[in-house]
Write a protein that binds this ligand. Sequence first.
Ligand SMILES: Cc1cc2nc3c(=O)[nH]c(=O)nc-3n(C[C@H](O)[C@H](O)[C@H](O)COP(=O)(O)OP(=O)(O)OC[C@H]3O[C@@H](n4cnc5c(N)ncnc54)[C@H](O)[C@@H]3O)c2cc1C
Length: 394
Amino acid sequence: MEMSFTPEQIAFRQEVRAWIRSAMPPRVREKADVDGAFDQSEVMEWHKVLYRKGWIAPHWPKEYGGPGLDATSRFILVEELELAGTPHLSPFGLAMVGPLLMQYGTDAQKKRFLPKILSGEEVWCQGYSEPNAGSDLASLKLRAEDDGKGHFVLNGQKTWTTYAQYADWIFCLCRTDPNARKQEGISFVLVDMKTPGVTAKPFLTTGGTPAFSETFFENAVVPKENLVGPLHGGWTVAKALLGHERTTIAAVGQSSRQIRRIKRIAAQTMANGKSLLEDPGFRAKIARLEVRFRALQIANYRALASAQLGHAPGPEASILKIRGSEILQQCLELGMELMGHDALAWFNEPGVVPANEQWVASSFNYTRATTIYGGTNEIQKNVIAKLILSLPSR
Ligand SMILES: Cc1cc2nc3c(=O)[nH]c(=O)nc-3n(C[C@H](O)[C@H](O)[C@H](O)COP(=O)(O)OP(=O)(O)OC[C@H]3O[C@@H](n4cnc5c(N)ncnc54)[C@H](O)[C@@H]3O)c2cc1C
């Protein structure tokens, strides 16, 4: 298996790196340099810069406006964006519902939705989870009833809807046949957030950001043309969506950036006349983390080499998810240890937290979620037990 980069790929990496430096708006670059948190307007500003360059959707085929990059170039582009600390783009349109519409959407749906996802004119969110349907997603209850006049009428609730308060559209799993067996009566429906009866109520996370909303549907009337895939066939569509764009699941770029940030802070933190980066105990901790990180990076390259040969990512993506999320958490744990008592100030109070340590504590808090979202790590272990180790289920 070939795991080194070709001269062309190395040149592409340099081109991407140089372009990112020159294209970042000044405020975005300032925050990126200290790995700061971006607000929604900065995320969308960066979205538009990438859109103008033609790099907003590295994995989209050319016919839908993608740059037509191969798997390795896509990986390089995404990794360089993460390494540069640029804003994280919302995945819900670009990485989820966009590719899904290419696969299951009607021509009219593709024409209506794809260009606005690319340009950032319309922002999406994901309505899967409900108060009693997370890991056991097929228990979902949001009801979509056919009114016999060309509409579904939606009643119920979604929860954990990331950034629903900024979204123009939500893709929802709804129950269209309450009498069918659990996974069989579900449909995949696109809902305009401005529909009367749809309300997003944001709530704060311990990371200090209003990252989620609870989303309520009260007699919300949605045209039936917004159904994607077959009626009652939403479970298959939902699973296909989760399979899209899994090469970033290991969050290698994010961890790499965090390790760099830890080293930078350690080099600037003095104890007994020396920087913490010179302290043998602290150096050993960083080295241990880097060894684990390097192993993850190599495992990710193996998955990439396989994708380059046209193999779809299989259950091994669960291994990358588990290790990637754990290592990212360990990076921030070490960052908190490094900060000492400064880490008690969660919300970047000026004058309390030194400038170079801003956002470590809030990132630490938010990163607790990496082992939960995208399928919890326990569920990933079930996948590995069943599909890789062939262990019998109890
Ligand atoms: C940061 C973040 C962002 C999110 N964004 C969205 C979003 O935009 N849209 C959306 O729809 N959802 C979103 N979610 C929801 C997320 O998908 C769910 O939190 C996740 O699927 C787990 O469901 P749950 O919270 O109901 O926990 P539960 O499913 O109730 O699980 C509770 C615990 O039990 C364990 N467990 C459950 N079943 C099993 C089992 N069979 N075997 C072993 N252990 C098990 C779990 O691993 C977990 O530790 C987000 C969550 C987070 C944290």
